[in-house]
Design a protein around this ligand. Structure first.
Ligand SMILES: Nc1ncnc2c1ncn2[C@@H]1O[C@H](COP(=O)(O)OP(=O)(O)OP(=O)(O)O)[C@@H](O)[C@H]1O
Ligand SMILES: [Mg+2]
Length: 380
């Protein structure tokens, strides 16, 4: 049987040719898989949607419609006086504005923590609303096949909760893909080649380190450290340094504006307002990029440690490939100032930030599903 994509090389022997490096790029292993055949009904109505249900942001993407939804993973419930089902008051960006500001009869919830569901009922409501907002095709909007990105460190119980929440929100079928593989595909890395590639996805709640080769994940590691940890470290540092308590959203804003992974860079500063721990009154302090670099040094070292562990654990041949090809950063955390330079200094390897790092995972999940790259066995 020939390669289904582009060449006449028989399927038998493709694996060994890939391993010896004789077949590259479009001719590699996954391309040789036959196109799955669906029953007629399924082919007519099959509608495939990728969703990245992240700790900070949820994205929905389809191959033909592009990004249909990109919203913060937040849902607000209105507390009714009488006992009964809670009513969703807002989701996404609107709900995020209420975090830390909600009136007493409204509760703002972030249902995801560290890439997995922390509040099942809130997650189900949020997914349902997001699917309605995205409405890729009105007739079949909910009854679509979903491919969901999941962190490598998720337990079986956490994976089941994600599947069940998507099904409860109306998904017809749910497939899971590791966030590393999805991000690598979305970053345009040569995942189907025998050459090893390393991708580091720094999200809001997790950092995922993946080594990808031959269309699969050779190593994946996940730590529960991400942008949220950086924000918390900034809050704690500013409180310690100036006796001012910042809100988490203010800390995040400072991080995005002047955050730096390196201390010895040209000085930048900005004002941030919080509450004085002495008298409880509002107080504004001037923060510099060096303050932020100092604040986030602890969690940043954990991220660097996870990348070093990935390099140590990767099979020797793949580690050599990574040494030649470098590392690609994805996820919102990849946008932290000077992060690539800091990692290059610490690891002695080339490090680059992917184009559009915030959308790599969802775009990659969609492309991987279309190419038949999903490794369902890994998530059984
Ligand atoms: N310019 C920036 N500098 C630093 N951090 C940033 C920047 N832009 C976004 N971030 C951070 O990126 C994180 C969100 O990234 P992303 O959307 O990839 O996370 P997620 O996929 O929701 O989370 P996870 O993958 O952990 O579940 C937030 O913590 C946000 O503060
Ligand atoms: Mg993510």
């Amino acid at each position: 049987m020939p390669c289904w994509a582009c060449c006449a090389i028989p399927v038998t022997g493709v694996l060994s040719d890939c391993l010896t490096g004789r077949i590259t790029t479009h001719q590699s292993l996954y391309m040789a898989r036959p196109t799955p055949s669906f029953p007629l009904f399924e082919r007519l109505f099959r509608h495939s949607v990728a969703m990245d249900l992240g700790t900070a942001n949820t994205l929905i993407y389809t191959g033909d419609g592009g990004i249909l939804l990109n919203q913060p993973s937040v849902v607000c419930f209105k507390k009714e006086a009488a006992a009964g089902p809670r009513r969703v008051a807002a989701v996404g960006a609107e709900a995020r504005q209420l975090l830390g500001r909600a009136p007493r009869n409204v509760e703002a919830v972030r249902p995801m923590r560290h890439g997995v569901i922390a509040n099942y009922s809130a997650a189900e409501h949020m997914i349902r609303q997001f699917i309605d907002m995205a409405r890729p095709r009105p007739m079949f909007s909910r009854r679509a096949a979903f491919t969901l990105c999941v962190p490598a460190g998720a337990t079986q119980v956490e994976l089941r909760a994600i599947r069940e929440a998507a099904v409860a929100a109306g998904a017809w079928k749910v497939s899971l893909i590791g966030e590393s593989l999805a991000s690598a595909v979305g970053a345009g890395m040569p995942v189907s080649e025998a050459t090893g590639s390393m991708v580091v996805d720094i999200g809001g709640g997790t950092t995922e380190v993946g080594v990808i080769a031959l269309g699969g994940t050779a190593y994946s590691g996940s730590i529960r450290v991400g942008g949220d940890t950086f924000d918390a470290a900034i809050v704690s540092h500013v409180r310690h340094l100036y006796g001012v308590l910042l809100g988490e959203q203010t800390a995040e804003h400072v991080k995005k504006s002047i955050g730096s992974a390196l201390r010895n860079v040209p000085l930048e500063s900005m004002n941030a307002t919080g509450r004085s721990v002495d008298d409880g009154l509002p107080r504004t302090v001037q923060l510099t990029n060096q303050d932020i670099a100092e604040a986030i040094d602890g969690p940043l070292r954990q991220v660097i440690g996870a990348v070093k562990r990935g390099l140590e654990m990767a099979p020797a041949e793949l580690a050599t490939d990574i040494a030649h090809n470098g590392i690609v950063l994805t996820g919102g955390g990849a946008l932290l100032g000077h992060l690539g330079t800091r990692l290059t200094q610490e690891l002695g390897l080339d490090v680059r930030v992917a184009d559009e790092p915030l959308t790599c995972a969802v775009r990659g999940a969609s492309a991987a599903a279309a190419a038949g790259l999903l490794d369902e066995a890994a998530f059984q």
